[in-house]
Write a protein of this length. Sequence first.
Length: 243
Amino acid sequence: MRIVISSPPKMGNKWLKCLLSRVYDLQWVIGEDSPNTNVAQFKKFVDEGRFPENTIFHQHVKYKPALCDIIDTIPAHLVTIVRDPYDAFVSMYHWMQTRTEYDRERGRVRPKERPRDAMYDKPIDDPAVLDFLATSYGEQIQRAHDWVTSGRAIVVRYEDLHKDAVETLTRVTDQIEPVDPERVKQAVEACNAENMRNMSQRMSKHVRAAKVGDSRGKLDDAHLKIFREQYGDLVTAIGYEVR
C-alpha cells in the first residue's frame, strides 16, 4: 500500500494524511526523504526505492499527467483534498504569521522568498496581503481545480470531512481498499485537531482553527471583491460559493 496526497497548501493535507496513515498503518515520508516535485526527479525518487511499501506522503505540486503516470506504475493511490478557497486563504495567512518566526527560531535559512512571505507580520487587510491575494493566490485555486477535474485522483472535500468524517473517510477507503469500519472510526478519533496539535510544535502551527467558515468575519469587502472579480469562475468550478 502506497498513497500520494497531492493538493495545494492549507487544504487539509496533513489531516487527510493522518487519517489514511492510521487506517492503513502507513509511515509518513517526510523531510529530506520527501521527493522533489520535478517529474524527472520524482521518477528518480521512485526508481531509487525511496517510496517503499506501506508509506504515504503529501505534496503541493501542479497537476501533471506525467506525474500521475509514474504514480500509476508504482502503483500508488492518488488522493487530492479541496477546501473553500476563502477559508484556505485565511488559513495560509495565519500560517505565514508563524512560518518565518518558526524558521528563525531554528536557525533555518530559507533559499528564497516566496510571494506569500509578503504577508508575514502584517494585518490581514494590509495592502501587501491584498496584493498577494490579487496577484498570486489564484495559482493555488487553479492547482486545486486542476487536481479536482483531472480524473486521476480520489477527491475529498474538507467540508465533508468536518460534516461526517467517518462517512467521508469510508467513501475514500472504499475506493482505495475497503477496511473494517472500526479502523475508520479509530482513525477519526486519533486524528482530531487537538491530538494533531500535540504531535509536534510544527504541527501545532499547521493545525490552527481547523473549522469550516473561518474566513467569514475575517475578510472584508476588499478581499471579497478580489475573489469575485478575479477568481469567481474558478471558485464556482470547484464547487464553492462566490461571495
